[in-house]
Design a binder for this molecule. Sequence first.
Ligand code: SUG
Length: 446
Amino acid sequence: MVKHAVEANFDGLVGPTHNYAGLSWGNVASKSNVNAVANPKEAALQGLAKMKQLADRGYVQGVLPPHERPHIPTLRALGFEGTERQILEAVASTDPSILAAVSSASAMWTANAATVSPSTDTADHRVHFTPANLSAKFHRAIEHRVTGRALKSIFTDESYFAHHPALPSVSHFGDEGAANHTRFCSRYGEPGVELFVYGQVAFNEQAPAPAKYPARQTLEASQAIARLHGLSDRHAVFAQQNPAAIDAGVFHNDVIAVGNGNCLFYHQLAFLDEDRVLAELRDRLIGAELEAIRVSSAEVPLGDAVASYLFNSQLLNTPDGMLLAVPGECREVASVSRYLDDLVKTGGPITAVEVFDVKQSMRNGGGPACLRLRVVLNHEELQAINRGVILNDALYDRLVSWVNAHYRNELSQQDLADPMLLDDVRKALDELTGILGLGSIYDFQR
Ligand code: SUG
């Protein structure tokens, strides 16, 4: 019997060290805002406001915690010695780029936290999680251990939830998680088809690949995740991202396509072999016809799609269709704003557009869809999770007060060496694990 299921969205709470370090070559916004002064408090409040707006509309909204940064254990592993204060002084004076990397609040982009397969798709009928190794970028490659701990402390019951370690952390198995993974289905509780999008084939140097920017995800990584999660061929489609799109700044598939239910909203330059992708999805989708909304370059040039993050929107079910939750920047780019006005008039599956202000995150190349990890859960699975992370009015109020008490209004690259920052972060995170009921997930708590 098909069970009723919902899509829960787990947003990353922006961390107290949110800053602009220009760490992500290939991510246009990250590079263009390097050294700008960030406002971590505003960033966290913007993220919480988005979560609250969606929770108020009745969506199940969860919270994933920020990570401990700067991460001293990583600095020790790199040979920095002495007290924590001495380590911070040394790395700031000799290797400020390393300090920036171990200080990034990048765990906020939880679309990269993991790949999640719902229980209706997997061989053992459990929900499967694999934290992404994020091996393409040093500052992100240090996320997966704590991400794994956080996921395990939320999805604890092994009779419902299966947790895999991240894939081997090398470029051959570069994995960026749900940002390159979209699930289609007729209803959430029905078996679905999972689309894995990769940037290059690691074990074939002749295969097409981008020339300018790195492809972060490999086919081999995507296949490994599908194997680990016990997905049969009927439940998986693999598609290569268009290398030209990666070279234009589309570093994850979720910068050029988004799907929900039976709907795929995508740019014509998203996939290397568009016709095959659509045919395979149509073939494997059970109980519904695929609704493919193709945006042409004539309607929205690729550069405008990247600048506005049109496709980094959340696509959510509503009682009478689907809501596209877009970043504010979409209203600042003429072609995109015009496109959105027309979109809701077409009579297609997307019936509403709502704007969300996540500007602080956008300056690092993270839109609304980057900030959330989707987890489809049936009623029993939803009951089984740690409910302390599910946003309600009381938790929202508590988190807003917590941010106001602990976060700074300004953070520059120079501030990262301030030993007080590390103390403040740990104090805040210790309190947060209590608020969310997560137990001891951070290295400093162990
Ligand atoms: O990995 N930016 C992130 C943005 C991730 C967006 N996620 C999705 N598309 N799902 C990245 O490039 C920039 C950090 C800096 O430059 O300070 C950064 O890591």
